[in-house]
Design a protein around this ligand. Sequence first.
Ligand code: PMP
Length: 299
Amino acid sequence: MTLVPFDDRDGLIWWDGAMVAWRDAKLHVLSHGLHYASAVFEGERAYGGHIFKLRAHTERLIGSGRLLGFEIPWTAEQIDAACNQVLAANGLTDAYIRPIAWRGAEQLSVSAQKTKIHLAIATWPWPNLFGADRMAGVRLGMAEWRRPHPQTAPTASKAAGLYMIGTLSKHTAEAAGFQDALMLDWRGQVAEATGANIFFVIDGDIHTPTPDCFLDGITRRTVMGIARRHQMNVIERAIQPEEMVRASEVFLAGTAAEVTPVRQIGELSFTPGRITETLLADYEALVRLSPAEVARIAA
Ligand code: PMP
């Protein structure tokens, strides 16, 4: 597959309240967001013209900015409308949506009190993160980098800077032939993949790490809701890496990854099974419902 660079595409990008031509959506090189990672973003997906759990994503975006000490100068209603507007303006119904907020170029030093906060929203077609053959399960290598302590970084924020260790980990995993990396946290407990949360089926129950130093993903919470509606037992707890050998099934959950079976973690092998298939099918059905139906089911 040829890779079309992101600055060499056509379309429209919503930027600070205006719709700009994709090719003109350029940023000054002395932007604070670039130098000091003062940027937060979201990853959303639209299915059949509806952005799944849009308000939850928008609220997380606003909250991520607050965790980095800034206020996005738009209300949740305005941001939701802008996401829908950019999707329609690009003639897309099934797509990935990427809002990003960052500090501007007014001041370039660690102190950034005088910077303006910008918001841009782009959208493009993006099939599943792991591609069409993901049903057989993806292979994860163990990352050397660890998710930091919440007093070391604002770990509840979807902040650009937190992806530094994600990219490093993913590159090492890919170089070793894996598709992604599984990260432990600062304590050595199982945390998450580089862009998705992780679940283990152990003795028929569903176990997932407590999200105390990584994102409590919107997909994660959605999948937990689906599992509980199936009367499955869902347990959030600290999971040690030695316990992974007991899992009969493993899967990832995230907006870009959706529900993706895992067939290998380091030396351990797993076979995607009935529980993963059930949750995957239900997730795929749920995301295609109207927002009103989604809200009714979740209530
Ligand atoms: N962890 C990380 C590091 C991620 O980038 C994502 C994707 N946003 C997730 C977890 C899953 O979050 P969500 O289900 O809200 O997309």
